[in-house]
Design a protein around this ligand. Structure first.
Ligand code: ATP
Ligand code: MG
Ligand code: FE
Length: 344
């Protein structure tokens, strides 16, 4: 089954074609992402109405481009998957409207995909995918969650952030230190030049039991350290490294705890912060020590993309799940309410 995937939940327009007959990484026939970063940069954050309008401009050209790259025409498409939520309502409606119209015109089924299920399943596109059950660490711009995946489609929330998401903490901290928007990846790059241990920040909520996170206090600690510092380039890099190590350690401690609590031996990591090199290294070292396994999507599929939506949608469409013709989006959507993926 060749599934066209469409992602428009926030400030990336993503389109992909995934072919289940090929499967694995090669099943991804083509994918393209158009980022609106430059559009929102002058405002220092995503402006929802501008995001919607830019999706309107970019989505159809990107669909054409992706089909061209895959060497396919619209007639080859067997199903359409689009992000139905969570996300910005206007942005979601653009993707949902185009997806539903395409599916109606082509007379193929379409399914609204949960954006975080898309992130969560992205690692399974890679070679030698793990089988459920496993623990998923979702670390993105809007979410920090530990999820027990008993089976694909059956998700139990084990813990989540009480305030800022991990990616949000990266972005806000970067902004405080004067790095250009969006700062997360830049802060991570800066940290590579820093010396570990020069600045030591707390690992929030690790000294008491539980699987929840809190990153807002850490951000304040970094601000105070930054304001009191000499603000040289070296200090800036050292602070960035101290912050990154605190976030990475905190995530790793909670992942180990979640694996202990569930008894599962496999961890999968997804979402934009999953692209962070130091987090990948740390979780790989931990997995080796524990004798378990950790799986990531390639970095380009950690941040928002259409491939993960095509892939997640394809699994559900193949299981016979699809929606009616209504253009319906769910800006706030609990992943635990998703239907299990019935055995095909
Ligand atoms: P959500 O998926 O929760 O709706 P989102 O879609 O905006 O949020 P993603 O696209 O998954 O989030 O990830 C973007 C986030 O990832 C940003 O906060 C960004 O700073 C962060 N990020 C990307 N690369 C890195 C990196 N190398 N190190 C740390 N953070 C990173
Ligand atoms: Mg984004
Ligand atoms: Fe996302």
């Amino acid at each position: 089954m060749k599934v066209l995937g469409i992602e428009t939940s926030c400030d990336e327009t993503g389109v992909a074609v995934y072919d289940t007959a090929i499967g694995g990484v090669d099943g991804l026939r083509a994918h393209a992402v158009y980022s609106q970063i430059a559009l929102h940069a002058e405002y220092g954050g995503v402006v929802p109405e501008l995001a919607s309008r830019d999706h309107v401009r970019k989505l159809l050209p990107l669909v054409r481009q992706t089909l061209d790259e895959a060497g396919l025409s619209t007639d080859d498409i067997d199903g359409v998957a689009y992000t139905a939520g969570p996300g910005l309502v206007g942005a979601l409606l653009v993707g949902a409207g185009v997806a539903r119209a395409l599916a109606w015109g082509l007379d193929v089924p379409a399914i609204g995909v949960h954006h975080m299920e898309g992130h969560l399943l992205a690692p399974l596109m890679e070679d030698d995918p793990p089988a459920a059950p496993f623990v998923a660490l979702l670390v993105s711009g809007g979410h920090t969650q530990l999820v027990a995946v008993d089976a694909i489609g059956s998700y139990r929330l084990l813990g989540e952030t009480l305030d800022d998401a991990a990616g949000e903490a990266f972005d806000k901290t970067a902004k405080m230190m004067g790095l250009p928007y969006p700062g997360g990846p830049q802060l991570a790059a800066l940290a590579e030049h820093g010396t570990p241990g020069v600045f030591k920040f707390p690992r929030p909520m690790t000294t008491r039991p539980g699987l929840d996170f809190s990153f807002s206090g850490l951000k304040t600690q970094v601000l105070l350290a930054w304001q009191a510092s000499d603000k040289t380039d070296t200090t800036k890099a050292d602070i960035a490294r101290g912050f990154e190590d605190a976030v990475v350690d905190t995530l790793a401690i909670k992942c180990a705890r979640a694996l202990d609590a569930t008894g599962f031996d496999t961890l999968i990591v997804a979402g934009g912060v999953g692209a962070n090199t130091r987090l990948r290294e740390k979780l790989r070292a931990d997995a080796q020590r524990r004798g378990g396994r950790v799986c990531f999507p390639r970095p380009a599929l950690c941040t928002d993309n259409g491939a993960m939506i095509a892939f997640a949608g394809a699994l559900r469409l193949e299981a016979g799940q699809y929606g009616d013709a209504a253009v319906h989006v769910v800006p706030r959507w609990d992943m635990a309410t998703l239907p299990p993926l019935a055995a095909a």
